[in-house]
Design a protein. Structure first.
Length: 486
């Protein structure tokens, strides 16, 4: 049934706990609510690939997060995409700041570091227990945060003929293992997706391959696309073709990267289309690329420039992105479909994508037994002790110092008790990697959570905390941005 995409203009100013997001039919939605959630996102990888190291990552420095979360609010976004983290460092402070500011995280569970991603041409050399252990550890740690929106299993693995021949079945194997581990050891369902490269020969076919079948299917698909440049529009950019290509998909779709840099400064006019009535039935928002100015093989991207402890809004870029988001409220889409009871069947073959048997799991012991408690510490929200950075400075596009860079709290940090070192959601029943259930000893790792975030959690004032409907939440957040840059 065609959904009517309406724009919501109601302003809500109360503080609520940040709603957990789940998959509902072909949309994201607040758990227990029929309002669809739309991503108004920004790619966040300060320092580029070099910004991810053992012992540090974009979400490990609370002082840096105090600066950047304020900037995120000024832009009017509700989601960041992070391309890699070190699961051995603490992220509680940054994730708490983001949650309090109403911002979700879509997290790539692999990283550019050696041994932490799948080799696109020889995936059998890297699809092994060390890689899966790293992925499971990221899942365990970030499952503790209610603002973890989704996990991206892999990014742009298939981008040419050789990778299209060798990698697809290994992508499915990796996703299958993630799903099996989550069913056994993660206390809530966090959507698992894949981000497809901007290579038209393989993009749609691979996406179809990954959403079908009962093994190794994804919960959502990210489409990286840079086809809307300069003064293009919905027709000339061929965004209409994206909608036509994916109109019959059964899972949520997100523009997981966009922001063509052939014409600069970028105008970001595609955001109005992504969140508009022509696309909101098919796509659940998008992620602008990217936050900090970084040199890439195809030029520079970014809406802010960082130099030491100083951050400056880039002239043209920052204001254009902020205005694009603030002028594009999240669509008010009501969805009633639950998660698919049965996946679409896979056809015998796919155009330009090899349909080979999915390899058996190399990590059955890890999947069935789980990580040991000493291997990870599950994340949790902590009280925020300070809402403004004292180490970094922020200058606007004209070079004037931003004197008040205080984060505005729009969500409480109340959440239910969460096991510190893992959780078996069904004691006495273990789900093997192949989906079969086998009786096991009734054991848990750590204290099993009594609940995650729900409407009965007590707020800091003692009153019952309620979740703000996600569409209202996004509208409030956008109007807050107007106040911050006004």
């Amino acid at each position: 049934m065609h959904l009517q995409c309406l724009l919501l203009t109601v302003f809500i100013g109360f503080v609520y706990g940040i709603p957990v997001i789940e998959v509902k039919g072909r949309h994201f939605a607040q758990k227990g609510n029929d309002s669809a959630f739309f991503v108004k996102g920004l790619a966040y990888q300060p320092g580029g690939a070099a910004g991810i190291n053992k012992g540090s990552d974009p979400l490990s420095d609370p002082e840096l997060c105090r600066r950047d979360v304020f900037v995120f609010q000024s832009l009017g976004i509700n989601t960041i995409r992070v391309y890699g983290v070190d699961p051995d460092v603490n992220h509680d402070a940054c994730m708490s700041l983001l949650a309090a500011a109403g911002i979700y995280v879509i997290l790539d569970v692999t990283s550019p570091l050696s041994g932490e991603h799948l080799h696109r041409y020889q995936p059998w050399t890297t699809y092994a227990p060390p890689l899966m252990k790293r992925i499971f550890k990221v899942m365990e740690v970030f499952s503790g945060y209610d603002n973890s929106l989704g996990f991206i299993a892999l990014n742009e693995v298939v981008n040419d003929e050789k990778s299209a021949e060798n990698a697809p079945n290994y992508i499915k194997a990796l996703v299958r293992d993630m799903r099996a581990y989550a069913k056994n050891h993660i206390h809530r369902e966090i959507p698992i997706g894949y981000a497809a490269a901007d290579v038209l020969e393989y993009q749609q076919s691979l996406s179809s391959y990954l959403q079908c079948g009962e093994e190794g299917y994804v919960d959502f698909v990210g489409i990286n696309t840079y086809r809307w440049c300069g003064d293009a529009d919905y027709e000339s950019s061929l965004y209409w073709q994206l909608v036509d290509d994916y109109k019959n998909f059964s899972v949520p779709l997100v523009i997981s990267e966009h922001g063509c840099n052939r014409v600069q400064p970028r105008k970001w006019n595609e955001i109005a289309a992504i969140l508009g009535p022509k696309m909101c039935d098919v796509f659940s928002g998008g992620v602008a690329y990217e936050y900090t100015m970084e040199k890439q093989a195809d030029g520079q991207y970014g809406v802010v420039q960082v130099n030491g402890t100083s951050l400056k809004y880039l002239p043209g870029e920052f204001a254009a992105l902020s205005k694009a988001y603030l002028k594009s409220p999240s669509p008010n889409v009501q969805v009633k479909e639950s998660r698919l009871a049965k996946r679409p069947e896979c056809p015998p073959s796919f155009d330009k994508i090899a349909n080979k048997p999915i390899p058996s799991s190399q990590s059955k012991d890890l999947i069935n037994e789980g990580l040991h408690g000493k291997d990870f510490k599950r994340g949790r929200f902590i009280p925020v002790d300070r809402w403004e950075t004292t180490r970094y400075t922020i200058d606007d596009a004209k070079g004037a110092r931003v004197l008040s860079a205080k984060i505005k709290q729009v969500a409480s940090l109340e959440q239910g008790a969460i096991s510190e070192n893992g959780y078996d959601p069904q004691p006495g029943l273990s789900k093997d990697v192949d989906g079969s259930e086998e009786p096991t000893a009734t054991t848990t790792k750590g204290d099993a959570p009594s609940k995650t975030t729900d409407a009965t959690a007590q707020s800091s004032s003692g009153a019952a905390s309620q979740h703000l409907p996600s569409s209202l939440f996004s509208t409030f957040f956008g109007m807050l941005g107007l106040l911050l840059i006004g």
